[in-house]
Write a protein that binds this ligand. Sequence first.
Ligand code: MN
Length: 424
Amino acid sequence: MYNPNNPELKSWVEVPEGSDFPIQNLPFGVFKTEYLEAGAGIAIGDYVLDLVFIQEHGYLDGLGLPNGIFNQPFLNDFIGLGRSKTSEVRTKISQLLEENCGDLRDNKADKTLALIPMEEVEMLLPIQVRDYTDFYSSEQHAFNVGSMFRDPKNALMPNWKHIPVGYHGRASSIIASGTPITRPNGQTKEDNQDSPVFGPTKRLDFELEMAFITCKSNELGEAITIDNAEDYIFGMVLFNDWSARDIQKWEYVPLGPFLAKNFASSISPWIVTLDALEPFRIPGPQQDPEVLDYLKYEGDKNFDINLDVFIEPDGAEETKVSSSNFKFMYWNIAQQLAHHTVNGCNINVGDMYGSGTISGETPDSYGSMLELAWKGTKPLKMSDGSERKFILDNDTVIMRGYGEKNGVRVGFGEVKTKVKPAKQ
Ligand code: MN
């Protein structure tokens, strides 16, 4: 049977060395151009394959896809077809782009219209996100934050190794890579101040996360079991969960983060399918103490995905500030979704779930400035000689991620966001 993840596959479309988008990836996104309205595409090398064109010209006939399924500003309807159907589409596209298939390769007119150079497209938010949940599933991150704000002996709360801790975030402010953010204003109170003050956050931070997107709903009152959880997950993106640490510190007791987090979360525009991530599965950490039955799982549910963060000061070269990995997650995505719904909470097509900040064990693998510069006590040096404790105005934060195995690199591209000064 044809295996779209076969490392031997090659495409007749040129894929440059080190590209995130070989034929083994085929991530889905939404793009527009000067001439084309928003519609679905697939990344291959330095090109976007226009799925609207491909469907309209009969290349997907026989798959039983609804007319116009790609001719929409969001992928919700498409991913809502379910994983077996969306997998079929990915496989069909793989066959079409495979080096020995002449159907599109030898049709010069169609080929020219179907493949659009990436520099000619604008990538848009691929999903209309209805609900957004953020977890807190990296042990090192929870330990670091607990050490800073409580003490290292009691860094993890007593529930942390029993519950994939999370909270409900704000879906309306999830934005695509390339959309600038504005430094938020808010209330802060330093320890040496008697009363709060209003103004721009002085501790703007990123959170290095990944997020998964659900493609199937459950009935209110019905839990999704851990064995079925991955059937509900279409794929993943890079996720920068912007945070204002001083606002967070003042507001978060007793109900958790609010305005410190809801002003923006940036995502990478290409959704890498769970299918494409199959080769990168690895065992997760040993969970001790033993988890409750509904959180017990079989098989490898963690993924080996390298994650890097860069800061680009205005007019200067980018500097790498962190190298982490998605494999450091204590709680995996199946456990997160099983826990999320164990009380009967209903989830929907197009919901998004952040992993929580992903920190590795070494100080150069932490996933936020709060940890990397350790509350401002260890500033990071930029390529232009300047220092950063947190993110400054006109800085651009870039996150990149990829898995690499058997000579195949499956990547996420990047999520890149510039910070504009606060509104006066
Ligand atoms: Mn977060």
